[in-house]
Design a protein around this ligand. Structure first.
Ligand code: FAD
Length: 424
């Protein structure tokens, strides 16, 4: 988003670690048969099926992110939920930016017209239980959706929107996109970034820059200043996710939009979701996908954790675990009311795909959205600056913050050439 916003005013160069997004293209039926043989035993093997999905493990959970053009949004389910309360609490008003996003992007709840009976049954059950389900605003062209359930592994019809569209726009406006180019560090002199170091096809490259904006994600961005002598804080959050599932003959949840509606609870959300990681890699998930009913719990976790690029240190705190236990009990009750006996129910893989928070914005930074620990001409425009876990889809908030940050306030006289912005 920030590349698109800045191109024109500046000459933008985007340094992207990955390549083009490649969707899951193998026949799921055959793979499902293989998975029952126990061939898939480690979640990190998912890259064999979905090359842009990077899975790393912490002590407690599996961390998921997208590496490649479009980043993790290529794996996202397209939820565009406004959840910027924590940002607003710092005095940062994103109303104008969210309104702009609504005008510019295909955000819709029209998909409700295409819901299957399975989706409606679950929705009505949530309503009966007083869980206040709300149709999820989605970044999609609903008319193109064929309810295949593949939102998170590569939408085959182009119904789902992701940030590849923004990269395309930025490039059409003149930005330069360099792929397979991993940013490794920064040259910092007298409180200014002078150059960006990267590795491309095994070779070291250096890019001179007047202004640098890091957007390498909640796990990618902090590593770059840290490797360059600028410490980040150990406040990593991740929004841990767990699935409560059970057998339902021919339920057909594998053929419905992922997360068609959301129920907001105290510190977590609940939503129907068929999870490919659990399906392929969790020992309890042995049934054909069409015979599984599954509810997703997404938790707002405590901001405690770090990454140094080699290891991710992120565990469930006792408070996180207590909240998760409450959410599991509630999900078990939903499934039981749906007709799945509690003793037949099983859990999925504890995973997390919303990492962020290692350079959390503070009230003092609300005007220029510039982290005070960073050099003057170094900005961040991704989940790293979110002040806390939201337990909710963060894309909209991240993009709104990037829009607000479109005119980084570096003093012009210090950067007379002002010619290029490099994005990690
Ligand atoms: C399965 C799944 C479903 C999701 N669904 C939703 C959803 O429906 N709605 C929602 O709001 N959120 C969703 N999310 C979360 C959302 O996708 C992320 O929170 C969001 O994309 C984070 O944006 P970001 O800019 O921080 O990082 P990313 O989107 O991860 O982008 C980081 C980019 O930087 C690149 N990169 C990384 N390291 C380097 C480096 N050293 N040098 C150069 N480039 C680098 C990466 O390749 C990538 O392109 C989902 C996440 C997952 C895993």
């Amino acid at each position: 988003m920030i590349a698109k916003e800045l191109q024109g005013r500046y000459q933008v160069t985007i340094l992207e670690a990955g390549g083009k997004f490649r969707p899951f293209s193998m026949p799921i039926g055959k793979l499902a048969a293989l998975h029952r043989t126990g061939l898939f035993f480690d979640e990190r093997m998912i890259c064999l099926l979905l090359p842009n999905m990077l899975v790393e493990k912490t002590e407690d959970m599996v961390m998921v992110r997208g590496i490649g053009v479009g980043g993790t949004t290529t794996l996202a389910t397209g939820n565009a939920v406004r959840c910027d309360g924590a940002v607003r609490a710092l005095g940062i008003d994103l109303d104008e930016q969210c309104a702009e996003l609504s005008r510019e992007l295909p955000i819709t709840t029209d998909h409700q017209q295409h819901w299957t009976e399975t989706t409606w049954t679950m929705f009505r059950l949530f309503e009966q239980m007083g869980l206040d389900p709300v149709g999820t605003p989605k970044l999609m062209r609903a008319a193109k959706c064929v309810e295949c359930g593949h939102c998170a592994i590569g939408c085959p019809t182009g119904a789902k929107w992701d940030t590849r569209a923004l990269i395309k726009e930025a490039v059409q406006k003149g930005a330069v996109l360099i792929i397979d180019c991993r940013v490794t560090g920064l040259d910092i002199e007298n409180g200014q970034v002078k150059a960006v170091h990267a590795r491309r096809h095994g070779k070291r490259e250096t890019y001179q820059a007047d202004l640098v904006v890091l957007a390498a994600g909640g796990l990618g961005t902090p590593v770059i200043p840290q490797h360059s002598g600028v410490p980040c804080s150990d406040t990593l959050f991740a929004d841990p996710v767990l699935y409560v599932a059970g057998p339902m003959e021919n339920y057909g949840q594998d053929h419905q939009l992922l997360m068609p509606f959301i129920s907001q609870q105290d510190g977590y959300i609940l939503s129907p979701y068929m999870d490919y990681l659990s399906f392929f890699f969790h020992r309890s998930w042995r049934l054909p996908m069409r015979n599984i009913a599954s509810i997703m719990i997404k938790l707002a976790d405590e901001e405690a954790g770090t990454t140094d690029g080699k290891h991710i240190n992120k565990t469930m705190s006792p408070a996180d675990q207590r909240r998760m236990d409450r959410a599991v009990a509630q999900s078990q009750e939903i499934l039981e009311r749906l007709g799945v006996r509690e003793r037949d129910q099983f859990l999925g893989t504890l995973n997390a795909g919303h990492p962020g928070g290692m350079l959390p914005l503070t009230e003092g930074e609300k005007e220029n959205l510039h982290s005070s620990v960073l050099p003057e001409n170094l900005y961040v425009a991704d989940a790293t600056i979110l002040p806390r876990s939201m337990g909710n889809p963060p894309m909209l908030t991240i993009m709104a913050l990037a829009k607000k940050n479109r005119r980084p306030s570096v003093k012009r006289e210090q950067h007379p050439s002002f010619s290029s912005i490099r994005l990690g």
